[in-house]
Ligand binder design. Structure first.
Ligand code: ADP
Length: 456
């Protein structure tokens, strides 16, 4: 059904249909014309033959009928006495029944059969058959109209076989030519799809240099130039984020160091509060900048990636222990459930930050007295890690957006806990750097489950 709606198919159907209409129109006109001509011709032949015989008989002596008897000229011609009694020529019972009319070319219908009839009465006396009178003979020419039609029909059936063949050939040829002409469009669709699915903007539309530069060729070239521009802009933007984060690192470290110093020497509650605020905000900025730098490095394929043998169970325990204290503040319990010794190849530090981020989210968006459960299992060709909480959950309208950079479901609340909306995009980038996948399932007010699949 898909092919039926393609432009190629529609064009082929369109011109094949037009050809069919044209051919039918031409056939009908030619058929009608040739039928008319055949009838005219037959009428002329019948008249000529009858007149010829009549003339011959008229010019002869009275008892010479036998000299023309059974002659070639008698094809479809018959001779009758003045009273309509058959004497000679081609006999046909039906034709013999028709009333004689001198010199009138006409059509007669007998038992559904149509005949072209032409009679002429001669001056010649008949055979010495006195009982049948003394008038001239009736010469009758008769030709069945059906035989003319039959001749036309057999020519028509040959045409009926040839036309579908011509149409089929035209349709196949036309389809092949349009398919070839549309090849650049298929390449454009394929590249656009690849870019959408793989997110790799460096892909370009394949252009066959041997093709003639027509409109589609030019479209492909222009689209490739546009992709060059977009790729350059994206690179510039990533470079800017990377450069800006770099530039911010040193001043943030200075602010943090001096804030900590101020906290040490604070003499009263007010000073302590101010210094504490500086340290907290400087720490948030430090976290933001380090996340931005990590994302920039992954984007630009500059992230160092040390794949080593990692025991997933051990790594989960470390992450859980790191977060225990923070969880305890909200009376949240962290439970681990990893089967013994799940060995995978991964960058330990990066994977630890993935786990820490997801557990931290489970606590941040968890309800007091709730829990965060981390499980891991080894499957045939992969290892799976799930981090489940029974917290506030994520509404369906946000679920696809949470991986976006700086996306936060509840901005006001997130500002309170120092979130920056970069955690999950960083987690996703790291998982994908490992060739893995991450999925999320969530029910508002019941909880959220993140599932990571890392392939062997
Ligand atoms: P943030 O640093 O703001 O937590 P993330 O990228 O980690 O940023 O998360 C993006 C958004 O996804 C968060 O603002 C939050 O609303 C939602 N979110 C992430 N994890 C959870 C979770 N476990 N439960 C509920 N909401 C979550």
């Amino acid at each position: 059904m898909k092919n039926f709606t393609s432009v190629k198919t529609r064009i082929t159907i369109w011109y094949t249909g037009i050809m069919l209409i044209l051919i039918t129109a031409v056939l009908v006109s030619v058929g009608t014309l040739s039928y008319r001509m055949s009838i005219d011709n037959t009428e002329k032949n019948v008249t000529a033959r009858v007149s010829q015989i009549a003339n011959k008989l008229n010019s002869m002596d009275k008892d010479v009928f036998g000299t023309v008897d059974n002659n070639e000229e008698f094809k479809n011609v018959s001779v009758y006495t003045e009273n309509g009694k058959y004497i000679s020529g081609q006999y046909n019972y039906d034709i013999a029944k028709i009333k004689f009319k001198d010199g009138i070319l006409r059509r007669e219908n007998i038992d559904g059969k149509e005949y072209i009839i032409y009679d002429v009465q001669t001056k010649q006396f008949g055979r010495p058959d006195r009982s049948n009178g003394h008038g001239g003979f009736w010469i009758r020419g008769a030709e069945s109209v059906n035989s003319v039609i039959l001749l036309g029909q057999s020519a028509f059936s040959v045409i009926l076989v040839i036309i579908p063949l011509i149409l089929l050939l035209a349709a196949l040829g036309g389809y092949y030519i349009t398919k070839k002409a549309f090849l650049p469009i298929n390449n454009i669709i394929k590249t656009a799809n690849d870019i959408c699915i793989q997110g790799d903007i460096s892909q370009r539309i394949e252009i066959n240099p041997q093709l003639k530069p027509d409109e589609l060729y030019n479209l492909s070239v222009t689209l490739n130039q546009m992709l060059d521009k977009i790729e350059k802009l994206i690179k510039q933007e990533k470079q800017f984020t990377s450069d800006a984060s770099h530039e911010l690192r040193t001043p943030i470290s200075v602010i943090l160091a001096q804030g900590e110093y101020l906290l040490d020497i604070a003499e009263n509650k007010k000073e302590k509060e101010l210094a504490e605020n500086i340290v907290t905000k400087a720490n948030q900025l430090k976290k933001l900048v380090s996340r931005l730098l990590l994302l920039a490095r992954i984007d630009q394929n500059r992230q160092k990636f040390n794949k080593e043998r990692v025991d997933l169970g051990v790594l989960i325990d470390i992450a859980a222990n790191n977060m225990k204290e923070i969880a305890a503040k909200k009376d949240i319990i962290i439970l681990t459930n990893a089967s013994d010794s799940i060995l995978i190849y991964a960058d330990e530090a990066l994977l630890l930050s993935v786990l820490t981020n997801l557990i931290s989210n489970g606590i941040k968006y968890g309800k007091p007295h709730g829990n965060v459960i981390i499980s891991a299992a080894k499957l045939a060709n992969s290892a799976e890690i799930t981090i489940t909480d029974n917290g506030i959950g994520i509404a369906p309208e946000h679920i696809d957006k949470i991986w976006g950079r700086f996306y936060r479901v509840d901005n006001a609340r997130s500002n309170e806990n120092g979130s920056n909306g970069l955690g999950l995009s960083m987690v996703k980038s790291i998982v994908e750097l490992h060739g893995g996948k991450i999925f999320v399932k969530s029910v508002p007010n019941e909880g959220t489950e993140f599932r990571i699949v890392l392939y062997d």
